[in-house]
Design a protein around this ligand. Sequence first.
Ligand code: FES
Ligand code: FES
Length: 180
Amino acid sequence: MPGKPPAKTAISTTINGQSYDFLCEPRQSLLEVLRDVLQLTGAKEGCNNGNCGACTVLLDGEPVNSCIVLAVEIADRELTTIEGIAQQGHLHPIQQCFLEGAALQCGICTPGFIVAAKALLDKKPNPSEEEIRFALAGNLCRCTGYDKIVRAVQAAAKRIQADGTVVATPSPQQQAQQQQ
Ligand code: FES
Ligand code: FES
């Protein structure tokens, strides 16, 4: 005979500047609720045990691995996911620089890197390469290698400092040339 379904808890919170109310089981991870309950599927599940950073989100401005945060912990907090990084239809300069610098291949790790890089640049607009590598040390990439990712974050820092200008996405031909 099937057991009683687990009781659910009502959570109110703010995600990407919008109010959300949802029900979740106390055992559910934030990543599970983001993806399966709220349909915010930008944060990716890599390891599901806190080791790869693919699920990184900002909780009150701090990067956390959403697979090892319980969804109930975000009650009355401010959450930013990769879906909240672009503003008013414009990619964030970090996203733009990842595209221009071909700093991704399969893209599974990319949302986590971009969210972690945003947390860094929000606090430290002009980080050294060492500081960038340290800030991204919890994010793993299996395909691209880290140099292009670090260079993309350096380029984004410069662009944000210059004037925050968002330039057009390069054409597929330009992207192909950059990868050569
Ligand atoms: S899926 Fe969360 S750290 Fe890997
Ligand atoms: S681009 Fe594939 S894991 Fe990073």
